[in-house]
Write a protein that binds this ligand. Structure first.
Ligand SMILES: [Zn+2]
Length: 284
């Protein structure tokens, strides 16, 4: 089927209390792994594409492989810009065929974030593209995006609620204590923020930095109103560790398919596990 906006998932996910996973595309093998896992698990899924990944793969290649994946999968797939940094990049993606975008205005002052996000929502909704906004500053490193721990700021519930009321974004990412990249210890998730915001807005909450968050914490977050969870680092670790092990064991291996194939399988198994954990399996 064709790519769908993320709004296609909202009602069913809410009714059945599950979250849809966003897994980031890094190359063709990631795309295939995520697609196969979603198809086999009969789960909707979101392809996340950061600006860095877009530069690496090329915008036209990205859209082309995502479209082929969606046609093959037989499950609903959204192609979603992750942490879009400007109105221009959002428009470029929509024109190229993305079905969903995130505008991350979290580094702007609050009122400016609202103003800019509103502009994105108006343009995107006019052409049936869903929008995710962000409030509070999520720490850690993701591609070109790097936020020091001291600059990471939790979302204030009353600000997050007004942000949604004014912008009417379809999904709201709020900083609740998770971070991008690898965790040193266990993340301290502020469930009170999730709960307070979720019960006062009409949109699901997005949890960024889902890699390395313990299963129980994920389940609790979903039960309180998280409807989308982003995972990339765990897939990258599975991919790279597999390749490293193979090349260590066989230093003379020169055929990329001999290590990229197993890496693709390893990514697929991580995605399968997350889909089951998020409860989005057997929903299509
Ligand atoms: Zn993120």
């Amino acid at each position: 089927m064709p790519l769908v906006p993320m709004t296609a998932f909202i009602e069913d996910a809410k009714k059945n209390k599950y979250a849809v996973g966003q897994f980031n595309l890094n190359n063709l093998e990631f795309t295939q792994a995520i697609t196969e896992a979603a198809a086999e698990e009969k789960s909707p899924v979101i392809f996340g594409v950061s600006e860095g990944a877009m530069k690496y793969m090329g915008l036209d290649y990205t859209v082309a492989i995502a479209k082929v994946a969606a046609e093959r999968a037989g499950v609903p797939i959204a192609l979603h810009l992750d942490h879009g940094s400007s109105f221009d990049v959002v428009m470029k993606c929509i024109r190229a065929g993305f079905s969903s975008v995130m505008f991350d205005g979290s580094h702007y002052p609050y009122e400016e974030n609202i103003r800019l996000t509103k502009k994105v929502v108006e343009a995107a909704h006019a052409v049936g593209v869903s929008v995710e906004g962000e409030l509070g500053t999520i720490g850690g490193v993701e591609d070109d995006l790097s936020v020091d721990e001291k600059d990471a700021a939790l979302a204030k519930p009353e600000e997050a609620i007004r942000f949604w009321e004014e912008t009417k974004v379809d999904y709201v990412a709020i900083a609740v204590g998770t971070a991008h990249g690898m965790y040193k210890g266990e993340p301290k998730i502020h469930y009170d923020i999730i709960e307070e915001v979720a019960k006062n807005i009409g949109a699901p909450i997005v949890l960024h930095g889902g890699s390395g968050v313990p299963d129980e914490a994920i389940k609790k977050a979903i039960s309180l109103g998280v409807g989308k969870i982003n995972v990339n680092t765990e897939n990258q670790v599975a991919c790279t560790q597999t390749i490293r092990d193979i090349l260590n064991a066989k230093p003379n291996e020169i055929d990329p398919r001999k290590y990229l194939g197993p890496a693709r399988e390893a990514i697929k198994e991580v995605v399968r596990g997350k889909i089951r954990l998020f409860g989005s399996n057997n929903r299509v």
